[in-house]
Design a binder for this molecule. Structure first.
Ligand SMILES: C[S@@+](CC[C@H](N)C(=O)[O-])C[C@H]1O[C@@H](n2cnc3c(N)ncnc32)[C@H](O)[C@@H]1O
Length: 465
């Protein structure tokens, strides 16, 4: 099709968009030379992001809805079969059908061991093709799931539109990309841009072939530091990459600049101590001492106060089913369980530049105690308001990290006796805002933290936000 015909297809689409669904079978007749409808469909597909159109199952195109998406997301139990198959196809192409066995299996297992060791040593990993494949075997499923839990919270808050421009920085082999693509409803239009400098981009491109027709991917093979922006983005994702950057605060700040005014920057890190605390340091540098606002999950309830505690906080979701490729690689080794990774545990931070926060709540200083002043309440009972920032962290009495955003040291709620009146502490979701009445403040010298004892004299209620 020549340029004039393309322009005519687009002009027809622009005219018809407000009138009726745009049907390639119809508009091919209006274009000089009457190009085949299949060719018209291709032009419409290519132009869909620019024209803000989505393709429907019947092959017609309609304008993307201007409404936020809604979601009935109920969790991720498994990496879907098409993605698992696409990865296995890559492994078979590279090593043959017996990829989990013999030399190739041994090499892939060795690469997984190396990735894990470098990661624990805080060293950056060089992602050549083999490492990227090994990484995908081990991490594609959990990172595919993780991003969806974070996106679901944003969608429930009405913060994801039907037309999304997304920048995925350090996109790797595509766990977050596929998670995003599957999370979005079919009728959402997604212009997805990946920034990925390593050979992981080859795996990413192959796996992106499994995404739907309204997901429009572009892969930029460059670094986060060198990428030259074009336009603004509704969602910037920095998933499991910040700990690999020389200047994570500077890079994150750079990407805050390309957020649309109502956009969200989602940073995700593994739940482990160093990466999790590292993420929180970046959040604090940019929010408490910089241009952004921490939207979720951490809070700053008290005006004029910011948290300076250790800040190790992570969410936990149900395990995934063991993906077939992990099972096969594990089955061919003695210490097979080292190659199975189905935990979904992660730290995350949503940053915005419009000042919006998920929890907008200011406690009454005449009624409740501030964690910044816990020292003076030791051995007394107080009332306080705090966000629940962990699942239970103890095998003994349930123990939860809580925060009101004013604390300089960690605070934990310890449940010594559960009653109907304090059950909200166990039942509440990660991130929920809770009101504690009559909680006993103790100093835990061993841990260097405050324990707020929740017993049968304590009432805990959820504060709706
Ligand atoms: C641990 S992987 C995470 C990949 C993906 N975001 C995920 O969650 O599965 C880190 C990725 O960041 C990439 N990376 C490292 N340094 C980078 C940089 N300076 N700019 C962009 N990407 C980088 C690596 O190539 C690698 O693919």
């Amino acid at each position: 099709m020549n340029d004039d015909q393309r322009a005519a297809v687009r002009a027809n689409a622009n005219y018809l968009r407000e009138v009726r669904p745009i049907d390639p079978e119809e508009i091919h007749e209006y274009v000089s030379g009457r190009p085949h409808p299949a060719v018209v469909r291709e032009v419409l597909r290519e132009s869909a992001p620019e024209l803000a159109l989505v393709e429907r199952d019947d092959g017609t195109f309609v304008p993307a809805s201007g409404e936020p998406i809604t979601t009935d997301f109920a969790g991720v139990a498994v990496l879907p079969e098409p993605h698992a198959r696409a990865l296995e196809d890559l492994l078979v192409d590279e090593y043959g059908a017996g990829w989990p066995t013999g030399e190739s299996g041994e090499r892939l297992r060795e690469r997984i061991r190396e990735v894990k060791e470098s990661y624990f040593a805080g060293e950056s990993v060089h992602y050549d093709r083999e490492t990227a494949l090994a990484y995908a075997i081990y991490h594609l499923p959990d990172y595919y799931a993780t991003i969806q839990y974070v996106l679901a919270d944003l969608a429930r808050d009405g913060l994801l539109d039907h037309h999304l421009r997304v920048l995925d920085v350090g996109a790797g082999v595509g766990g977050p990309a596929l998670g995003l693509a599957d999370f979005l409803p079919d009728e959402a239009l997604c212009e997805y841009h990946a920034v990925e400098p390593s050979d992981a981009a080859d795996v990413l491109e192959a796996l992106l072939d499994t995404t739907g027709k309204n997901f429009h991917p572009t892969v930029h093979r460059t670094s986060a530091e060198a990428f030259g922006f074009d336009g603004e983005y509704d969602l910037v994702m920095l998933a499991n990459v910040l700990s690999e950057l020389d200047d994570p605060v500077g890079v994150t700040e750079r990407y805050l600049d390309v957020l649309a005014p109502d956009g969200s920057l989602v940073a995700v890190a593994p739940a482990d101590r160093e990466t999790s605390i590292g993420l929180r340091k970046i959040e604090r540098a940019l929010c408490d001492d910089g241009p952004a606002t921490a939207y979720a999950p951490t809070v700053r309830l008290w005006p004029g106060h910011v948290p300076t505690d250790r800040g190790w906080s992570f969410d936990v979701q149900g395990d995934l089913d063991v993906p077939p490729f992990q099972r096969r690689l594990a089955a061919a080794a003695d210490e097979g369980s080292a190659f199975v990774n189905v935990d979904v545990q992660y730290s995350y931070s949503v940053l915005r530049t419009d000042g919006k926060r998920r929890i907008e709540f200011t406690p009454d200083p005449n009624r409740v105690a501030k964690m910044a002043e816990s020292e003076r309440h030791v051995s007394s009972r107080v009332d306080c308001i705090a966000a629940k920032l962990s699942h239970s962290l103890s095998d003994g009495n349930p123990l939860f990290k809580i925060s009101d955003g004013s604390e300089a040291v960690d605070h934990y709620a310890v449940l010594t006796r559960e009653t109907a009146l304090n059950r909200a502490l166990s039942d509440a979701d990660y991130g929920a805002l809770l009101e504690f009445e009559n909680v006993l403040v103790l100093w835990n010298d061993d841990e260097g933290s405050y324990n707020l004892v929740v017993d049968d004299e304590t009432v805990v209620d959820r504060i709706p936000v």
